[in-house]
Design a protein around this ligand. Structure first.
Ligand code: PMP
Length: 424
């Protein structure tokens, strides 16, 4: 009997994320990665135009990160992080605080983007309760996405993905993204809700999973400022936007106003290891200092501040801060701009938008669109056939490449998008 393939063995046992297993295509077995390319078992190579769910910023199997991780593995793989510490966690905290907006004072480790958000929310709720105030309502944007665990899901937009759980999610007030025309009305809306509102959580400048919706720093600044005036805390969820993605180190660097808390994951380790970080201002931290043990933040994960994850984050930060990376961010931004200008008037291009290294294109479908329509699958499969991994969000395709992508590889993606525009 013939030996089973990797895909067959996978299908026999594994339940994949965001996948209807009844009719899912066989998963593509990837056995090696190098730079922007992933290599499949059958020898086909794929250009990873979405940085493997937005995590990979320096390319796959980066030799420098691999070296640092391997050295760390031989030194210390893990240690409980309550009552203990290790050099990597300390150095990473020091170096991160050094490059964050200067009100960020303390670093709390967890292990993914959703947990970074959970921690931030718990810090906010308990910030108020430690001071004898019950403020439990959250303010978030329509279309937002902050993760798939229950708290993170609660502060994300209600959608087809949350429907089975909607009744279980805590109360959140959703407002529109701000613009020139609605900003005053949004501020009024916030003021009318203020007594209950504990915190405002947002994805700064770009809403990722909500379809790469983009909005202006100046309007976000106004909302943050208004929240501060109304005694509402603010969380900048930089899980997707952090570490260069928007052209600057953090999307918050485009803002004048500073958020009380920030969340990080994805690019933090260069996409090598699972790690989450929540940072906060001194005022948040101080609200937990007490002789009363009940005012402690009772939260922690087994793999909190895992030394290997910290080593990959430190290595990734070394690469991120090299002048070459800054040049790459600029180069990708310029290339995207030129391409956007070239196709903007194509009849199938409903809208094209860009922030830093993210280019999003909304497909004109001339019909009702949804995440589940066939255009999405047709586009996904078309690009896969062409050896490009692009995962459209409904009728929106986007490029979010590792920063080391070469011009010729960007050109290849652009050419294939032009072909797709003619075809679908
Ligand atoms: N926040 C934002 C803005 C995200 O884009 C994501 C993931 N796409 C998350 C949080 C959740 O991160 P994770 O998938 O690591 O739980």
């Amino acid at each position: 009997m013939a030996e089973k393939s990797l895909a067959e063995r996978d299908q026999a046992l594994i339940w994949h994320p965001y996948t209807q297993m009844q009719n899912a295509a066989a998963p593509i077995p990837i056995i090696r990665g190098e730079g922007v390319f992933l290599y499949a078992e059958d020898g086909k190579k794929y250009l990873d135009a979405i940085s493997s769910w937005w995590v990979n910023i320096h390319g796959h199997s980066h030799p420098y990160i691999a070296k640092k991780v391997s050295e760390q593995l031989n030194r210390l793989e893990h240690v409980i992080f309550a009552g203990f510490t290790h050099p990597g966690a300390v150095e990473l905290a020091e170096r991160l605080i050094n490059i964050l907006p200067n009100n960020q004072a303390k670093v709390f480790y967890s292990d993914n983007g959703s947990t970074a958000v959970e921690v931030a929310l718990k810090m906010c709720f308990q910030f108020w309760s430690n001071q004898g105030m019950e403020k439990t309502k959250v303010l978030a944007f329509n279309n937002s996405y902050h993760g798939d665990t229950f708290g993170a899901m609660a502060v994300s937009a209600r959608s087809a993905f949350t429907r089975p759980f909607d009744k279980l999610l805590f109360e959140v007030e959703f407002i529109d993204l701000p613009n020139q025309d609605n900003i005053e009305q949004l501020k009024k809306q916030i003021s009318s809700l203020k007594t209950d509102l504990s915190v405002f959580i947002f994805e700064p400048l770009v809403q990722g999973a909500g379809g790469m919706q983009m909005y202006e720093a100046q309007h976000l600044d106004e909302l943050i400022k208004h929240c501060r005036k109304e005694n509402i805390l603010t969380i900048a969820d930089e899980v997707m936007t952090g570490f260069g993605r928007t052209g600057r180190l953090f999307a918050s660097n485009y803002l004048i106003e500073k958020s009380d808390l920030m969340c990080f994951s994805k690019g933090l380790t260069g996409g090598t290891m699972a790690l989450g970080i929540t940072t906060c201002s001194k005022a948040i931290y101080d609200a937990f200092l007490s002789d009363d043990k009940l005012k402690t933040l009772f939260h922690g994960h087994s793999f909190t501040a895992n030394p290997i994850a910290c080593a990959s984050a430190l290595a990734s930060m070394d690469l991120l801060l090299e002048p070459e990376t800054e040049q790459n961010l600029h180069r990708i931004e310029m290339k995207h701009k030129d391409f956007a200008a070239k196709i903007i008037s194509h009849k199938k291009v409903k809208c094209i938008r860009q922030t830093g290294t993210i280019l999003a294109l909304e497909w004109e479908t001339f019909a009702e669109t949804s995440y589940f329509n066939s255009l999405r699958d047709n586009l996904y499969n078309f690009f896969l056939d062409q050896g490009i991994i692009l995962r459209p969000l409904g009728n929106i395709i986007y490029i979010m490449p590792p920063y080391c992508i070469k011009n010729e590889d960007l050109d290849y993606i652009y050419t294939k998008i032009e072909e797709a525009l003619e075809r679908f």
